[in-house]
Design a binder for this molecule. Structure first.
Ligand code: ZN
Ligand code: ZN
Ligand code: ZN
Length: 240
């Protein structure tokens, strides 16, 4: 948090230094990123990400889209880059990054986004992505379920204020649940720690990781969480 003197902002644990929420998925066939927040460039440099076959968006809040322009590096290699988002999120991307989508005055090698509106499940290589619309305050956000060979591997619900029963049914016993847990105190558009734990108890995943954490939740709080529940941190890698 800019200009904050709290214990987490001044923590000596490097895991307490957090950039905007995002995940990068690598499979034998292809690789993609979910969301490109303002820290996307920093994250891609840190993780030495050389290749992207697609980009998938959850929603158009600034902490999830403001690194979009840096996708130019990947479009340059492929010629164009498939962009997956709900119709509402795509409209926002096309408005904010009108210069990328309109095709006019294109700088040679600049990003050529190819919109794909997400209306249901779709494939990236041999991974099936199923959108999971969840409330985020007054709006809806697409979480995503990632499945391979009919096994539900990851449910990614980075921004949500509730998880309806229908969505819980779709992701029950997923191997890894990555879920919004902003802070201990309730918040109008994000789950609190206890609310996220309540969702996890309904989903019964193999493992739960909290994400989209603010400076009111130190990494050290992980020791107080139930078994199988952890706090994700920048650079964390999970292998299946
Ligand atoms: Zn702080
Ligand atoms: Zn949001
Ligand atoms: Zn967010």
């Amino acid at each position: 948090m800019i200009g904050c003197d709290c214990a987490v902002c001044h923590s000596s644990d490097p895991r307490d230094q957090r950039l905007r929420s995002s995940i990068y998925l690598q499979t034998p066939e292809c690789a993609w990123v979910v969301d490109t927040g303002a820290d996307f460039r920093t994250q891609a440099l840190r993780e030495n990400i050389r290749h992207l076959d697609a980009v998938v968006f959850t929603h158009a809040h600034t902490d999830h889209i403001m690194g979009f322009d840096d996708l130019r590096r990947y479009s340059h290699k492929l010629g164009s880059l498939p962009v997956y988002a709900s119709a509402e999120t795509m409209r926002a991307l096309e408005r904010v990054y009108e210069f990328a989508f309109n095709g006019l005055n294109r700088f040679p090698g600049y990003l050529i986004p190819v919109p794909h509106i997400v209306n249901g499940s779709f494939w990236l290589g041999k991974t099936l992505l199923t959108p999971l619309p969840v409330p985020h305050g007054n709006s809806f956000v697409n979480g995503y379920l990632f499945s391979r060979k009919d096994v539900n591997l990851i449910a990614y619900l980075c921004d949500c204020s509730a998880v309806p029963d229908e969505i819980v049914g779709q992701i029950r016993q997923v191997r890894l649940l990555i879920i919004d847990a902003l802070r201990p105190k309730p918040h109008p558009t994000h789950l609190s720690v206890s609310q996220a734990l309540e969702v996890a108890s309904r989903v019964q995943p193999g493992r739960t990781l909290f994400t989209h954490i603010c400076h009111e939740l130190p990494q050290s709080a992980e020791t107080e969480l139930p078994e199988g529940v952890g706090i994700a941190y920048d650079g964390l890698k999970v292998r299946f």
